[in-house]
Design a protein. Sequence first.
Length: 227
Amino acid sequence: MSPARFLSPGIIGLATAVLLLAAPVPATADVVPTTLNEVAMSARTLQATLERDKDRGDRDAKKSPTVAEVYAQFQDARSNRLRALGYFGDVKGREHVLPVPPFSYHLTAGFGAFGAMWGSSHTGLDFAAPLGTQVVAVADGTITDVLLDPSYGLLTVLTLEDGTEVWYAHQGTSSVMPGQTVEIGHLVGTVGSSGNSSGPHLHLEVRPAGGASIDPNLWLIDRGLTP
Ligand SMILES: [Zn+2]
């Protein structure tokens, strides 16, 4: 008498299901367990496979953070960057910062001033600061130019999301490349005295839609900042 006779249809069905689940073993007739011992072994194999897959799933879940976790990390990095520059309180809602860290500078020439340094009136706002002082993105945007100009020296153009161009002139070093997207507070370069400059300072220009420059002081004040 074959041992299979002792197996109820239910157990045979279970054994088949076990083998189907434990793919890639093909569920052909010749591998259907014919003893209770073989059914038990197949069940243990299936259990081990399930546990291994569960462990692997847990590990994969740890390796791949959710969208919410990535966003939280991004927000934390942004807040930490702004705090490191000297901004306090709830910095999450802040959309603009000064082009150099607060308390790192003093204003020298304002927009529209006349002087021997300029062909006509002054087209920007001058932040005098020590050589090497960080120059940062005033808002999220894209770097659209980094170039050397006889007057502006090492110049970076940051184009904001509304099309406004922010020009950073007389830089000592540059940390960005054209085409690069930057977030608020991201390092653009450092204060220098390149080009037509009488000492270390950042010459900031604001050009809506890339047109004529407007007063950066008023533009910053409109955005809740006091240069
Ligand atoms: Zn200037």
